[in-house]
Design a protein around this ligand. Structure first.
Ligand code: VG1
Ligand code: CO
Length: 544
């Protein structure tokens, strides 16, 4: 095997964000851009010689090219084996499982998740560690530092691997095993959930629609929901991964899944609707006449997990990202288990999961998962919901209402202002941060008194590391919160995320319109931060 050492010059913008490096495809297509970043990753890892690397992606445009590059570079850098999903496909949770299951050294997940794809869309590269989860900040920082000084990368002169062909091939001296992307993941799901009970539910006439959004979950959903659980053919929509996601935006929210939402609100609609994102780690859950906010979904899944075989003995703890509503905290309190609040991004859950301190984790951004892998997992959440419905024999709406009646309801919304001017967004956040010390104790309106106002700083209880500046939070004495942070996954300008929450007790009013219930907080946040006034926008780009 002839290793080639190619000279290169560094790029200054290869800093991984909330979830890996995400940029426009046009940026990734610059000379040596991908090679530089991959080499920076390999240079930041110790002991890769002879080890196994897992590679897979969400099938978006440019996946095929990057996978071939990554395979050649893995060989040149001394990996002994690469395991890659057939046709380069692996959902993010499946990649996490494959890394763990085959005890690989780590993996490359090629995806920009919910961002649009295609030649004018986005691409992304993320490195996951041997425990299966996204690389912690210590590694992503090292990769960034390395990328700024890189002078050469290593590759080999070898033909492309036949990615459609299951089985073993060689790339130089390195073994390449092309695996079925679904088999291992589906087997894992079967160990966690009562497939028989869910199959019975479908056989009894329960109807569902699943939108794979022309992205990665299509093959998984066809295999699990239709082939194994017997949901009628056609249950899975948009089930073939397309490089441009059919020109869609594979973000399962109420904007891009509006048609499904509307259908679920009609009497003719199915009993249950769900969707997942580009790389299969997010979930959207809608019951007939009941949209379930991701924060509520986390709380509900945690409260009912014991109904599924994989969690029969109960859960040991829950973790949620800071902006996620406190609904899950009430469940943890009742169960008498640990509750953790982490910064945004799944990488912060890894230590807690590895240490056995939490079983279920979730983010308000439609991400839920458990200790079965080290990523959020869209289909897992759908299957847990189905398992719970099958056991409780109730509708989603009934289950949600009963939950609120015993725990109270956390009204919750997120307002995104996308692609705003980065300088304006930066100043806005700085100005609000400067106001924080003076806010504590102030009263706004009748019942809003500020209890605390800070920039969230996380102390990892497992490895002792600290992550500062993770989002501004203004908490009120009645449990209401305003949270503001800048997105770390956007690729153009800046995206401001405003998160609003208000608690209504178990015997309170649970049937208010969310935007109305949060009206006073929305108005106050504009008064304090002035997002609309400063950006010139009249409304958020997306409300969830
Ligand atoms: C967003 C979400 C965050 C999620 C991240 C990756 O990050 O808010 O909760 O973990 O996307 O999700 P940000 O920095 O844009 O707010 V995914 O589905 O891209 O892997
Ligand atoms: Co995703």
């Amino acid at each position: 095997m002839m290793i080639q050492t190619i000279k290169t010059t560094p790029y200054s913008d290869q800093k991984p964000g909330t979830s890996g490096l995400r940029k426009r495809v046009t940026v990734f297509k610059q000379p040596h851009y991908i090679e530089n970043f991959l080499q920076a990753i390999f240079d930041s890892l110790d002991g890769i010689a002879g080890q196994t690397l897992v590679i897979g992606g969400d099938g978006r445009y440019y996946n095929d090219v990057v996978i071939q590059t990554a395979i050649r570079m893995a060989a040149a850098n001394g990996f002994g084996k690469v395991m890659v999903g057939q046709n380069g496909l692996l959902s993010t949770p499946a990649a996490s499982h494959v890394i763990r299951h085959y005890k690989a050294f780590g993996g490359l997940v090629l995806s920009a998740s919910h961002n649009p794809g295609g030649p004018d869309g986005d691409f992304g590269i993320k490195y996951n560690i041997g425990k299966g989860g996204p690389a912690p900040e210590a590694i992503t920082e090292a990769v960034y530092e390395r990328s700024k000084v890189i002078e050469r990368y290593k590759t080999i002169d070898a033909p492309d691997v036949a990615l459609q062909q299951i089985g073993t091939q060689m790339s130089g001296d390195m073994v390449v095993e092309v695996i079925d992307p679904v088999t291992d993941y589906a087997a894992l799901m079967e160990t966690l959930f009562d497939f028989e009970a869910i199959a019975k539910l479908f056989a009894s006439g329960f109807t569902m629609t699943f939108d794979a959004m022309n992205a990665i979950t299509g093959p998984y959903a066809h295999a699990i929901l239709e082939d194994r659980l017997g949901a009628p053919k056609g249950t899975v929509k948009n089930g073939t991964p397309l490089p441009d996601f059919g020109k869609g935006h594979p973000d399962p929210n109420l904007v891009y899944c509006k048609d499904m939402f509307d259908l679920l609100m009609t009497p003719e609609g199915p009993d249950f609707g769900a969707a997942s994102d580009g790389d299969g780690d997010r979930n959207l859950i809608i019951g007939k006449n009941r949209f379930v906010t991701p924060s509520d979904s986390l709380a509900l899944l945690a409260a009912n997990a014991h109904l599924a075989p994989g969690y029969r003995d109960g859960i040991v703890g829950i973790a949620r990202s800071m902006p996620t509503s406190a609904a899950a905290d009430r469940v943890a309190e009742k169960l008498g288990i640990e509750m953790h609040e982490t910064p945004t991004g799944w990488k912060f859950f890894g230590n807690l999961l590895d240490a056995g301190r939490v079983t279920i984790c979730g983010e308000e951004s439609a991400g839920t998962g458990s200790d079965h892998v080290r990523e959020k997992d869209g289909l897992w959440a759908v299957l847990l919901w189905l398992n719970i419905i099958a056991v409780r024999q109730q509708s989603v709406d009934q289950i949600v209402r009963e939950h609120w009646a015993s725990y109270g309801r956390n009204y919750y919304t997120r307002h995104d202002y996308e692609e705003v001017d980065a300088a304006i967004a930066g100043t806005l956040v700085d100005d609000l941060r400067a106001q924080l010390p003076g806010l504590v104790g102030q009263n706004f309106g009748e019942d809003l008194q500020v209890a605390y106002a800070d920039d969230f700083k996380y102390h990892d209880p497992v490895d002792g590391s600290t992550s500062a500046k993770q989002g501004i939070r203004i908490g009120f004495t009645d449990g209401s919160r305003i949270v503001l942070r800048l997105s770390g996954t956007g690729t153009v300008g800046a995206t401001l995320r405003l998160y609003l929450e208000r608690y209504e007790a178990a015997d309170g009013r649970h049937d208010l319109d969310t935007q109305v219930a949060l009206g006073p907080l929305i108005a106050l946040s504009e008064r304090l931060a002035g997002i609309q006034q400063r950006t010139g926008r009249d409304e958020p780009s997306v409300i969830t």
